[in-house]
Design a protein around this ligand. Structure first.
Ligand code: HEM
Length: 213
């Protein structure tokens, strides 16, 4: 137990926690996007996907609990690391600058992270903690995206997700020790490609729904 506390409280331990929980989120985003792509196939396809998902019952509860726990760890550890960096170098905050140069993604990590936290709370209120009796999940989504404000918020949030992931994925691999000079440029490109796919895949949904329903 002692080793666990020492690891978590050390700087590298916290970075490891950020990396592992962040990678879990990227896996969740991939699965979530794959499911949401059925929206492009119409309401029957999306409702049937959601029904199948909910029929998994306890498995979904386990996944949701894990996601919540990982979310709390990721956010709290991120806040602690940000504070420690800030007080250590009050004149300038930089994430992994020495390792890969400052990019828009790296220098905005704490801010994009906070925006995402606010987005996820709003998102869960919109689609998760909503009374689903007498309606369908497709109807709930299309009602939300019939409002211009929601389209703007969601498209903006998806750009923020892409920016956060564009640095986060690469940084996570670095923390986990994958920093061979031969593979790092490849991982960086893969991270950017992944973030663009996530941004476009999710970001086009509100526009598509508002134009087709
Ligand atoms: C246009 C983009 C998106 C759409 C249309 C969408 C749609 C949905 C819907 C309909 C649900 C509820 C599923 C259900 O209860 O049956 C949901 C849940 C959720 N979404 Fe999204 N989502 C989008 C983007 C995102 C993004 C970018 C994130 C993370 C940054 C995210 C995180 C979540 C989480 C954490 C849940 C709860 C998962 C669960 O209860 O198992 N979503 N989303």
């Amino acid at each position: 137990m002692n080793w666990l506390i020492t690891t978590i409280t050390s700087s590298i331990g916290k970075k490891l926690l950020m990396a592992i929980t962040g990678l879990c989120f990227c896996t969740f985003l991939t699965a979530h996007l794959a499911g949401n792509l059925t929206l492009y196939a119409g309401k029957e396809a999306f409702n049937s996907y959601a029904e199948h998902l909910h029929s998994l019952g306890p498995l979904i509860t386990v996944a949701e609990t894990g996601l919540l726990l990982f979310g709390i760890i990721h956010v709290l550890t991120g806040i602690v690391l940000f504070y420690q960096n800030f007080t250590a170098r009050p004149e300038k905050y930089a994430v992994n600058k020495s390792a890969g140069g400052s990019t828009l993604g790296s220098s905005t990590m704490p801010y994009t992270g906070l925006i995402l936290m606010a987005f996820i709370i709003l998102h869960l209120i919109n689609f998760h903690f909503i009374d689903k009796t007498g309606t369908t999940i497709f109807q709930i989504v299309s009602d939300a995206f019939s409002k211009t404000a929601y389209i703007i918020i969601y498209v903006f949030a998806m750009m923020v997700v892409a920016l956060h992931v564009s640095h986060g994925l690469w940084s996570a691999f670095q923390t986990l020790g994958v920093n061979h000079p031969k593979y790092m440029p490849l991982i960086r490109k893969a991270g950017i490609t992944f973030s663009i796919l996530i941004g476009i895949g999710f970001g086009f949904i509100p526009v598509f729904i508002s134009l087709t329903t």
